[in-house]
Each structure stands twice: as C-alpha cells, then as structure tokens.
Design a protein around this ligand. Structure first.
Ligand code: UDP
Length: 238
C-alpha cells in the first residue's frame, strides 16, 4: 500500500452525507460507508481528525429565519452535531477503528471535553478524533469549527467532503455547462462568493495558510486518492 502524502488532516463532513436516500436524519449504511473510507486513510498512516456538521438534523439559521431565537436554535444545531458524531464513532468502532469524540460543549456522560492537548495526544496514538458541537458558540458554523480545529491541531490540509465533485462556477445540478475549478485562491472564493466554506472559515484558512480541498465523499476511494496525492475535486490555496 503506498504511503500517505499528508501527515495530519482535518476532514470536514457535512451532516447531509449521513442521510442516504431519506433526505433527513441518519442512515446507518451511509455512516458505515463514511467510516470505511476513513479506515482506509487511517491505514495509510495519516492522523485523522473529523468535524461533522448537523445539517441533516437541524440548522440554526433556518430555524431562526422561521422565528426561533437564534442562540437557542444554534444550541440545537450543535446538539445535532453531537448526535452525528456519536453515530460516526459507532460506525468507526464497527470497522475496528479506535476513535474518541471531543465535544466543545459539556456532555461528559457522552463524550470527552474538547481539550486541545488531549486531542493531539489521541492523534499521536493513532486514534481518530471526532470534534463535536462545532466551536461551542452560536452564530458560527461547522465549517468555521473545522478550520479552527485544523489550525489548533496543526493539520496540513482541510478536506471538505460533500455530495458534489468540487467547486463549480454555477450550480451543476441546474446548469449542465457548469465548470469545475481545479484550483482557486482564497481571495477568488471570497470575491466570487463561491460556496466552498463560509467566508469566516475561508478568511481563517487564508490567514493561517491552510489549504482546503473540496471533494465528493460519496465516491468510494476519493478520500484515499487525495491522501495519496491525486488531484481530486477543487483545491483552494493562497
Ligand atoms: N453550530 C453553531 N456553532 C458552531 C457550529 C455549528 O451554532 O460552531 C450550529 C448551527 O446552528 C448550525 C448547526 O450547528 O446550523 C449545524 O452545523 P452546520 O449547519 O455547519 O452543519 P453542516 O452544514 O456541516 O451539516
């Protein structure tokens, strides 16, 4: 098996990838597929930290737009990310991968608290670390949490796993001529308002010079190809 090109990665998974065909909630087959992909790259010797979103269950901004208090709604969104993190932990354990969930809000009966040094120690011991509850603060997203954690653990690369093949100049589901970018700069992403990650997280990546690769996690083997240095999806760099 050829070796990994990246030493330590932060994999950001949008909650939607767990829904399968149901369109809502958690489909266990989808959880096991994601776990299997992670197992492969862990087997290549890469340190793997994961941030999972909660959009398959609850999005704070959407509920706030319908009249809910934004802070309460975001608390519910963060709880949704914990549910997803526990599902992914179970999926990983089912395929023999040792992992730990570290939450940014205190739920000590269910997860460990987020303590940066502890997270790094788990990674050094070869465990997969799942960061739950985003940043622990309302008005942020899981993308920003992913960037923050990536910087904190000194990850080489953020891999944003979605259901599309990368970043396009228009919506590929609406426009058959939509063009996929191979490479973009942070500034282009912000200026063109491309839907890579939200602007806060792109700015944070730019300031800390951490590259982002956006790719389709639903295609089996994509994650492994990226880790082995193949040009999959769209790379965002300085
Ligand atoms: N959230 C939050 N603070 C954070 C991260 C997430 O308040 O630091 C809440 C927010 O309501 C968000 C929800 O958790 O809508 C789920 O996260 P997100 O929408 O980023 O999930 P994804 O789109 O990645 O599935």
């Amino acid at each position: 098996m050829s070796k990994s090109e990246s030493k330590r990665i932060l994999l950001k998974l949008t909650g939607d990838i767990l829904t399968g065909t149901a369109g809502y909630g958690i489909d266990l087959d989808s959880v096991s597929r994601a776990a299997q992909e992670i197992k492969v790259i862990r087997g290549l010797g890469t340190d793997v930290a994961v941030v999972i979103g909660g959009g398959n269950i609850f999005r704070g901004m959407k509920a706030a737009a319908q009249g809910m208090d934004r802070v309460t709604a975001d608390h519910m969104g963060m709880l949704a990310t914990i549910i997803n993190a526990l599902a992914l932990q179970d999926g990983l354990e089912n395929v023999g991968v040792i992992c730990r969930v570290l939450s940014a809000i205190s739920v000590q009966e269910l997860t460990e608290p987020f303590i940066r040094r502890r997270a790094i120690r788990h990674l050094e011991k070869g465990r997969v670390v799942i960061f739950a509850a985003g940043t622990g603060n309302p008005y942020f997203t899981s993308d920003t949490a992913a960037t923050l954690r990536a910087i904190e653990i000194h990850a080489d690369l953020i891999l944003k796993g979605t259901r599309v093949d990368g970043v396009y100049d228009s919506d590929p589901e609406l426009n058959p001529d939509a063009k996929r970018y191979e490479t973009l700069t942070y500034t282009e992403v912000i200026q063109k308002e491309l839907k890579v990650m939200d602007a806060t997280s792109v700015a944070l990546c730019m300031d800390n010079e951490i590259p982002i690769r956006v790719f389709n996690i639903m295609v089996p083997g994509n994650l492994k190809k990226i880790i082995q240095g193949e040009n999959v999806g769209t790379l965002v760099v300085r």
